[in-house]
Ligand binder design. Structure first.
Ligand code: GDP
Ligand code: IMO
Ligand code: MG
Length: 422
């Protein structure tokens, strides 16, 4: 059996922190989709670390960490990530294993991402420009290069054919993009050599055997449910299935083998990049959330847009994923607000609805709010559920009642220790 952990909003909910907290209960941590567009932050013993492609269990000595077939790997970023872990005394070679079926991000995928965004102008997605969209396009278009291809003799020729095609596509976009491809390729092939030092496996096979042997598995998602290519706020989404089904296709784990589905959400909402965000705040309250919550992207440094918690969207994400337990992050950021708001329905073209409509552009959707009394207490030093302010407990109870799923963890700070079990 496997458990599954994923984000329920627009990413950056705090998935990395919770995977790290839960890892001691699991033998294997397996990332199932996304790529270096992700930035999963872990904090412990005064160290802050941001992981991009490597699963968030890597700091626990007893865990095996798998990068699944659904992930896209940029060898250049990956090498930097591995180098960044050098000082931590981690036996990477035996603890990190990579699916041969994971696709490779080429330098030209990143350039294509940039060209495509530039060509879109104002309508741009706000991509992290890590080449995610073009790489998944090549995967589904059946043109991609996979990790296993590195072991083939004609890897370089295959690379050249695809990169040449990309160059023609970049020209097609007819935008000004500055780049030095030979320089990027030098870096790419040096990183491929570094990647080659690691262990490649048929990860679905490995995971089937692990399940047979009774090993415990935690699947780690990236991004958030509202960025899912099918169920998110399309086209302002990423290019993979960030929802529960992505764990099945991204690892080869059968749906009936998934037990707990941990849904991670912030006590408010954030979004980085473009696209609809019904409860977005443009006032002092939003600015306070951004400042207190340090809402700056861990990958691009961009300021995240902030707003109130949206229960319409949260319920939708819970249903799509079959969430069995919720984990509420960053409650500490809301300390000091006199009044808190939570969207419980939308006014959609004059009618009140409680689901996410096809078209959630701001001109169609106005959130209807329920208000709560805030709390002043600093939560960051609290360690028990009982010691939380009564107003926060009421906030939590209201959410649980509305969405009909229990909140089992309340996070009150970025550190591993600032985690309250309910
Ligand atoms: P992920 O992509 O879902 O792993 O989340 P990120 O790491 O991108 O963003 C979450 C940010 O919030 C990181 O900077 C974390 O260190 C931080 N964080 C996580 N949980 C809490 C919390 O409960 N309180 C506060 N104040 N920060 C938190
Ligand atoms: P983690 O795993 C937040 C957003 C981008 C952009 C859109 C498409 O850290 O939660 P892409 O680079 O995938 O083409 O960008 O998705 N995005 C994220 N936002 N957290 C992430 O990952 C994200 N990964 C992509 O900002 O709006
Ligand atoms: Mg992140």
């Amino acid at each position: 059996m496997a458990d599954l952990l994923l984000g329920l909003q627009w990413g950056d909910e705090g998935k990395g922190k919770i995977v790290d907290v839960l890892t001691s209960k699991y033998d294997i941590i397996a990332r199932f989709q996304g790529g270096p567009n992700a930035g999963h932050t872990l904090e412990f013993d005064g160290i802050k670390h941001v992981l991009r492609t490597i699963p968030s269990g890597i700091f626990h000595k007893n865990s095996i960490n798998i990068i699944g077939n659904g992930v896209v790997i940029d060898p250049t970023v990956f090498k930097q990530e591995i180098d960044g872990l050098a000082k931590f005394d981690i036996d990477i070679k035996s603890r990190l294993i990579i699916s041969r079926k994971a696709h490779l991000i080429l330098p030209t995928h990143r350039l294509l991402d940039a060209a495509s965004e530039a060509a879109k102008g104002k309508a741009k997605i706000g991509s992290t420009l890590k080449g995610i969209g073009p790489t998944y396009m090549d995967k589904t278009g059946r043109n991609g290069l996979r990790v296993g291809d590195i072991e083939l003799e004609d890897f370089k020729e295959r690379y050249r054919a695809l990169a040449d095609k990309h160059e023609a596509m970049i020209k097609f976009h007819d935008v000004e993009i500055q780049y030095n491809l030979p320089e990027l390729e030098k870096e790419f092939f040096a990183s491929i050599e570094a990647l080659r030092q690691l262990t490649f496996i048929d990860s679905e096979q490995y995971l089937h055997q692990a399940q047979k042997d009774g090993k415990t598995i935690l699947c780690e998602g990236a991004q958030g449910s509202l960025l899912d290519v099918d169920f998110g706020t399309y086209p302002f989404v990423t290019s993979s299935n960030t929802t529960a089904a992505g764990a099945c296709t991204g690892l080869g784990i059968a749906p009936n083998k998934i037990k707990e589905v941990y849904g991670i959400f912030k006590a408010y909402a954030t979004r980085v990049g473009s696209g609809p965000f019904p409860t977005e705040l443009f006032d002092e309250a939003g600015a306070t959330m951004a400042k207190v919550g340090n809402e700056f992207g861990s990958v691009t440094g961009r300021q995240r847009r902030c707003g109130w918690l949206d229960l319409v969207a949260l319920k939708y994400a819970i249903r799509v994923n079959g969430v069995t337990q919720l984990m509420m992050m960053k409650g500490d950021v809301l300390s000091g607000f006199d009044t808190l708001k939570v969207a419980t329905s939308y006014k959609y073209k004059g009618q009140e609805i409680d689901h996410l409509p096809y078209n959630i552009e701001p001109e169609n959707v106005q959130p209807v709010y329920t208000e709560f009394k805030g709390w002043a207490a600093d939560l960051t030093g609290l360690t028990t559920f009982d010691s939380l302010p009564k107003e926060l407990k009421e906030y939590i109870e209201f959410i649980e009642k509305e969405v009909e799923v229990p909140i089992t963890i309340v996070s009150v700070g970025p550190d591993r220790k600032q985690t309250i079990l309910k």
